[in-house]
Design a protein around this ligand. Structure first.
Ligand code: GDP
Ligand code: MN
Ligand code: MN
Length: 241
């Protein structure tokens, strides 16, 4: 494998609704075929106008009850419920499945890096967003949309992939053998999450203003797999019901 180079893209402005990310990114960095462009979900959501004013939300009784228990703004809880397909945990935090299948706290709604009284929803369909961004680029790059997420069983947050295009979500090791010629027990490897982790670490979580990273030198399969566990196979989700 060639040397891996990671480039943090600097110079992007504050992203507004309607901004076209591909040319903005291409004016800040030179992309090459085969690069993996990782973009924070925050700026994708901003470009798609996913800002909401909290005053828009009329909390239901359910939202009010959850909010009271959690000590949260009932309008924020209503926004989370609106973005959710299923609520898995309501106490001591709101763990939900979003409509596009990602399970996360607060439906991934952010209150940091946005204006006062505003919230930022996740992109409605991050896989479609990734495909659009990829097709707007003038090079043949893979695109991964990242978000900072908590993980069950592990302390600390990490970057995960919530949308991708031009790269397989999963690398399939079935049929491969180990050093001793024995069939591998590992079957599917979540390569988009592995890449999202390093990109998210480079971006930072605060006011750095660096929402995109280019990784050069990775070899990766181009298509296949889904990250979000099908509901019927998800034993943990079943236990939470
Ligand atoms: P998330 O992980 O997708 O929720 O995004 P974060 O809020 O953690 O931000 C990731 C990085 O993007 C940080 O370096 C932020 O400062 C940066 N960022 C967020 N919004 C903008 C923006 O509108 N413009 C620029 N240039 N950077 C931003
Ligand atoms: Mn986020
Ligand atoms: Mn983040």
């Amino acid at each position: 494998m060639p040397t891996l180079i990671g480039n943090l893209i600097r110079g992007l402005p504050r992203i507004e609704e309607g901004d076209s990310l591909a040319p903005m990114i291409e004016s800040c960095t030179d992309l090459q075929d085969g690069d993996v462009l990782c973009v924070a979900s925050t700026i994708v959501a901003k470009s798609e106008g996913r800002f909401r004013n909290l005053d828009l939300y009329r909390p239901s009784e359910k939202a009010a009850a959850i909010a009271e228990r959690l000590g949260k703004d009932p309008r924020f809880v209503q926004a989370v419920l609106d973005e959710s397909e299923e609520v898995l945990i309501t106490d001591p935090f709101l763990l939900v499945a979003t409509r596009f299948g990602h399970i996360c706290v607060n439906a991934g709604i952010d209150q940091s890096n946005v204006g006062r009284g505003e919230i930022l929803l996740l992109p409605e369909d991050p896989e479609r967003s990734a495909e659009r961004l990829r097709s707007d680029l003038s090079t043949d790059c893979a695109v991964i949309i990242t978000d900072t997420c908590g993980r069950p069983f592990r302390c600390g947050v990490a970057g995960l992939a919530i949308g991708w295009a031009g790269i397989a979500a999963l690398r399939d090791w079935r049929g491969e053998v180990d050093l001793f010629g024995k069939a591998l027990e590992i079957t599917l490897e979540s390569i988009v999450d592995e890449i999202a982790g390093i990109a998210n670490m480079m971006m930072g979580e605060g006011g750095d203003g660096t929402p995109a990273v280019v990784l050069r030198g990775l070899s990766y399969p181009r298509s296949g797999g889904r990250i979000f566990m099908p509901v019927e196979k998800d034993v943990i989700r079943r236990q939470l019901r």
